[in-house]
Write a protein that binds this ligand. Structure first.
Ligand code: MG
Length: 350
């Protein structure tokens, strides 16, 4: 068992162990006084793991109501959360009860948002089943939904009472979802940990998945604990994301995964950093090679003008400027404010 302690305003632990889903009930019992729980999961995950979790909770004496929503980012809107509120109300969930979020990032974000807002906030526990959710979205307390105008525009910071990561769930994950998560895994090496980056270059990450998850979660924990509400250091976690989001937007959020778009964004920014003399020469090539090793794309055919235009609508842009995450070298990152009007020129610099 590996445990990563997160000391945010409301501290909690992240547990990493194979077979952990079978112990969900024990953990809930030890961390909460809940008598009832709503188990939120999606149509992909429900047939695989719903019963495992449900049986474990029931064995611990918790009355469980299951709420299954249609899998996919397209479900991540207020209508789906509204359906969750109905299930919570019908199940007579009180302030001492909880929500169990079993699934990938979309499930965690929405179930977490329902927990943040129902009765002005109830407990929830995260059981992330995708690599992306295990290394990234289940840690940090960000919850929310998309609006037609953009991703994650409505949300709340709400920390779970615990995160239970069962790496066995990755065995049933289609390859493209492993690839998706690897985009974020590589990001952690780029922004904070040159040795971890080298480890990913020299080893097969999937052969050491528990180490990989623990390292990523620890890096995110360190950053988030120092900056719970995203005022400064937490922005570093957005390395590759400004252009990544722009690419996702240009694809209308279909046909390219988040991790793939972030991979392209990281390589482009490293290249731009090198051209400006900010980033150590050769960094972009190493990042590109590592992304390719894990089947991630590294280039895109959109013009710099198209990318800069799409980035303008990114919610992370504060007014006329944007906080760009840049590397001094692999493992050492910083943010630099840049005027939106200068973004195209910056990424296109020869
Ligand atoms: Mg991300």
């Amino acid at each position: 068992m590996r445990t990563v302690h997160v000391s945010t305003g409301k501290p909690y632990d992240i547990y990493i162990e194979r077979g952990l889903l079978d112990k969900t009930g024990e953990y809930v019992k030890s961390l909460s006084r809940a008598e009832r729980a709503v188990l939120v999961t999606d149509t992909n995950v429900a047939p695989l793991y719903k019963w495992k979790v449900l049986n474990s909770l029931s064995a611990a004496g918790i009355e469980v109501t299951t709420h299954v929503f249609q899998a996919g980012e397209a479900s991540k809107h207020l209508g789906t959360v509204s359906d969750m509120y109905k299930t919570l109300a019908d199940a007579h969930i009180t302030r001492k009860d909880l929500i169990v979020a079993l699934g990938g990032g979309v499930c965690g974000d929405m179930a977490g948002f329902a927990a943040a807002t129902y009765l002005r906030g109830i407990d929830f526990i995260q059981l992330p089943t995708s690599l992306l959710a295990q290394v990234d979205s289940s840690v940090g307390g960000k919850t929310g939904v998309d609006l037609p105008q953009g991703k994650n525009l409505v949300g709340a910071f709400h920390q779970p009472i615990a995160v239970l990561i069962d790496p066995d769930t990755l065995n049933t994950l289609p390859d493209r979802f492993i690839t998706d998560g690897m985009g974020e895994v590589i990001k952690y090496g780029c922004i904070k940990d040159a040795r971890f980056f080298e480890f990913l270059e020299n080893e097969n990450a999937l052969d050491h998945i528990e180490d990989v998850i623990e390292t990523c979660v620890s890096i995110k924990r360190d950053v988030v604990s120092r900056d719970e509400r995203e005022k400064g250091e937490r922005m570093l976690l957005n390395f590759g994301h400004t252009l990544g989001h722009a690419i996702e937007k240009l694809y209308n959020f279909s046909g390219i995964s988040h991790g793939m778009a972030v991979a392209i964004g990281m390589v482009m920014l490293a290249k731009a950093g090198e051209k400006h003399g900010i980033t150590a020469q050769g960094s972009a090539d190493r990042i590109a090679a590592l992304c390719e090793k894990y089947s991630l794309p590294t280039t895109e055919s959109f013009t710099f003008a198209e990318l800069a235009q799409a980035a303008r609508s990114d919610k992370k842009s504060a007014g006329d400027s944007i906080n760009l995450v840049l590397l001094r070298e692999i493992g050492d990152s910083f943010t630099q404010k840049i005027e939106l009007d200068k973004l195209e020129e910056f990424i296109a610099a020869e």
